[in-house]
Design a protein around this ligand. Structure first.
Ligand code: GLC
Length: 571
C-alpha cells in the first residue's frame, strides 16, 4: 500500500469522514466526578460535566469501561458486557448519558475489551468447570509441559507468568494481563460470533463507536512457541497471524452497518500494520493508538526506571508515524496522555514554574499534526503527576505488582518509589480537579485515590474563569483545526531534525504551509527560518502560547522557554 503522499491526500480530504475531523475527550469515569459522595466517580457525574466538554470544543467522548466488573483492573476485567457496574450507576443512567450527549452534539465512544474477560465472566466460569464444557474453547487452555511447568515461558504484561494452572482440570489458561483477565480464544468461531453480537447490541442502544482495547493481541500463534531468552513472548501474539482477517470480519459484522468510529489500541505494533488497520480499503478500523513515542524515556526499552526523555528520539518516532501513515493512507489517533500514562506536563514539560506554558506548548506540538486528537481528562487543565510518597497511596494493580517485583530484584525501596512516582499509571488516575475545595470537588466523601494535592492552583473552575488558561488554549487549538483544513490534510515534514531544543515541522498544503515550532526546553533558543519558505515577513501568526509571540526575524525564530507558535506562510 506504499502510495505517494499525493494519493493519500485524496483519502484525507473526504469531507464526509467526520472521524478524521473530530477531537475526542477521554473520560476515566472512576476518577471523573462522584455525585453521591461515594469513593468513585459515576455516570451521573459524567452527565453533569458534558456541557464542560462541549464548551471545550470536543465533539466526542470516550468512556473507559463501565461494564459490570470486579474492578481488579478498574473495569478492563469485564464480567458482564451487557450490564453497567453498580459503582457507576444503571443502564438507565447510561441511556440518559447517551441521550444528553447526543443532544449536545457529542458522540459517545465506549471502550471494548475483547482480548480477555474477567475470570468472573459467566463464559470463563463455565469454561473452567470441566474440559468438555461447551465453553471450554472460549479461552486458551493448554496442558502443562512434561515437568508440570506452564505451556510457554511468556510473561504477563503486568509482571509474572502469562499462564495460571487450574488445579481442578489440570490445565493452564492464558492471561496476557492479570491472572483474573483470561484471554479469549479468537480461533474459536463461537467466540467471534458472541463478541460481534454483543457489539451490535451496544450499537442498537445508540453508541457511536468503540475504542478497542489491546486489539492487536487477539490472534495468537497457535504453535505457542517458547520465547527466546531475553524476550517475553510478545512476538507470538502482537499483530498475530490472523489479526487482519479478524478485524476485517469484525468490520463486516459490526462496523460496516453504520457510521461508527473505531479506534484500536495497538500494543507494540508498527507503521505497516497500522496503515493496513486504518486504510479505508482494508475495511478494518478508522484509526490506531500506537505507543512508541511514549517510550522515549524508557532507556533500553525498560519502563521501570526513572529517566529523562530523549527529544531527538521523540521527534524521530513521531515523524516516522506522521509520514508513514500519510504515505500509506492510514490515520493516527494523536495523544500524549491516557489513563495508563504519566501526565505529559510532568513528563515532557515543566510542572513547576512553566507549567501552564509548557502544557500549552505540548498541546500545540500535538494538535498541529495529522490525525484525530484525543484529550485526556485534566490534560486541558495541565494536571500533573500524583507525587505520591508511599506505597499505600497507590491503587493500580500494575504498580503494586511492580513494587513487589522490583523489591524482590533487590532495588532499594526509595528507588522503587521514585520509579513509581515517574511511571505509575496512577499518575493519570488521581481525581479530576474541579474546584479548589475539599478533594478537589471530586466527591463529598473519601476518594478511592488521593488527589495530587495541588487543586488550590489547578482546577477546572479557575481555568474556565481565566481566558489565558490551558483550557481556553485547547479550545483555540480545536477551533483552529476546524478553520484550517491544512491541519487535517497537509503533508507533514520535520524540520531541523538535529535541533537539540526545538521540535518543529511543516504542514504543506496547496498554496499555504504551516510552521509549527515548539521549544521543549526551559531556556530560550533559536530556530533557523527554513529558506524554502521564502521571506519570513510573510509569516502570519495563527496561535502561540505567549503574548507577544515570537516572530521570525533576521532569518531566525527566537523562542522563549517552552514557547510554541503556529505560523502560516503563503507557499
Ligand atoms: C489497555 C488498557 C489498560 C488495561 C489493559 C488490559 O492497555 O488501556 O488500562 O490495563 O489494556 O485490558
Amino acid at each position: 500500500m506504499g502510495e505517494h503522499p499525493a494519493a493519500a491526500l485524496d483519502v484525507l480530504r473526504d469531507p464526509a469522514d467526520w472521524k478524521r475531523n473530530t477531537v475526542v475527550y477521554q473520560i476515566y469515569p472512576r476518577s471523573f466526578l462522584s455525585t453521591d459522595g461515594g469513593p468513585t466517580g459515576d455516570l451521573a457525574g459524567v452527565i453533569a460535566k458534558l456541557p464542560y466538554i462541549a464548551q471545550l470544543g470536543c465533539d466526542a467522548i470516550w468512556l473507559t469501561p463501565v461494564y459490570a466488573s470486579p474492578q481488579r483492573d478498574n473495569g478492563y476485567d469485564i464480567a458482564d458486557y451487557h450490564a453497567i457496574d453498580p459503582s457507576f450507576g444503571t443502564m438507565e443512567d447510561m441511556q440518559r448519558l447517551l441521550d444528553e450527549a447526543h443532544a449536545l452534539g457529542l458522540k459517545v465512544i465506549m471502550d471494548m475489551v475483547v482480548n480477555h474477560t474477567s475470570t468472573d465472566h459467566a463464559w470463563f466460569r463455565a469454561s473452567r468447570e470441566s474440559r468438555d464444557n461447551p465453553y471450554r474453547d472460549f479461552y486458551v487452555w493448554r496442558d502443562p509441559q512434561a515437568d508440570g511447568s506452564a505451556p510457554t515461558n511468556w510473561e504477563s504484561k503486568f509482571g509474572g507468568p502469562a499462564w495460571s494452572l487450574d488445579q481442578a482440570t489440570g490445565q493452564y489458561y492464558l492471561h496476557l494481563f492479570d491472572v483474573t483477565q483470561a484471554d479469549l480464544n479468537w480461533e474459536h468461531e463461537p467466540v467471534r460470533e458472541a463478541v460481534y453480537a454483543m457489539m451490535n447490541w451496544w450499537f442498537d442502544r445508540g453508541v457511536d463507536g468503540f475504542r478497542l482495547d489491546v486489539i492487536n493481541l487477539i490472534s495468537k500463534d497457535q504453535a505457542f512457541p517458547q520465547a527466546p531468552p531475553g524476550t517475553d513472548g510478545r512476538q507470538f501474539y502482537t499483530d498475530g497471524p490472523r489479526i487482519h482477517e479478524f478485524l476485517n470480519e469484525m468490520h463486516e459484522a459490526v462496523f460496516a452497518a453504520g457510521d461508527r468510529l473505531t479506534v484500536g489500541e495497538m500494543s507494540s505494533t508498527d507503521v505497516e500494520h497500522c496503515v493496513r488497520y486504518t486504510h479505508p480499503d482494508s475495511r478494518e478500523l478508522d484509526m490506531t493508538f500506537s505507543f512508541h513515542h511514549l517510550k522515549v524515556d524508557y532507556p533500553g526499552g525498560e519502563k521501570w526506571t526513572a529517566a529523562p526523555f530523549d527529544l531527538l528520539a521523540l521527534k524521530d518516532v513521531m515523524s516516522h508515524w506522521q509520514t508513514g501513515m500519510q504515505a500509506g493512507g492510514g490515520w493516527n489517533a494523536l495523544f500524549w496522555c491516557n489513563h495508563d500514562q504519566p501526565r505529559a506536563v510532568s513528563r515532557f514539560g515543566d510542572d513547576g514554574v512553566h507549567r501552564v506554558r509548557s502544557a500549552k506548548m505540548l498541546a500545540t506540538a500535538l494538535h498541529g499534526m495529522a490525525g484525530t486528537p484525543y484529550i485526556y481528562q485534566g490534560e486541558e487543565l495541565g494536571m500533573t503527576n500524583a507525587g505520591f510518597t508511599g506505597i499505600e497511596d497507590y491503587r493500580d494493580v500494575e504498580s503494586l505488582n511492580m513494587y513487589r517485583i522490583l523489591l524482590a530484584r533487590g532495588v532499594p525501596e526509595p528507588e522503587v518509589l521514585e520509579i513509581l512516582r515517574a511511571r505509575s499509571r496512577d499518575n493519570a488516575r488521581t481525581p479530576m480537579q474541579w474546584t479548589s475545595g475539599r478533594h478537589a470537588g471530586f466527591t463529598s466523601g473519601t476518594p478511592w485515590i488521593d488527589t495530587c494535592g495541588n487543586e488550590a492552583e489547578i482546577n477546572a473552575e479557575a481555568a474556565v474563569a481565566d481566558p489565558d488558561s490551558v483550557y481556553w488554549y485547547y479550545n483555540r487549538l480545536i477551533r483552529l483545526r476546524r478553520e484550517t483544513p491544512v491541519i487535517t490534510t497537509g503533508v507533514y515534514e520535520l524540520i531541523d531534525r538535529e535541533h537539540p531544543d526545538v521540535f518543529a515541522y511543516l504542514r504543506r498544503g496547496e498554496g499555504e504551509t504551516l510552521v509549527v515550532a515548539c521549544n521543549f526546553r526551559g531556556h530560550p533558543t533559536s530556530l533557523a527560518w527554513p529558506s524554502e519558505l521564502g521571506d519570513e515577513g510573510t509569516a502570519e501568526l495563527l496561535i502561540g502560547n505567549l503574548d507577544p509571540a515570537a516572530k521570525p526575524e533576521g532569518g531566525a525564530l527566537q523562542l522563549a522557554p517552552y514557547e510554541a507558535v503556529v505560523l502560516r506562510v503563503p507557499v
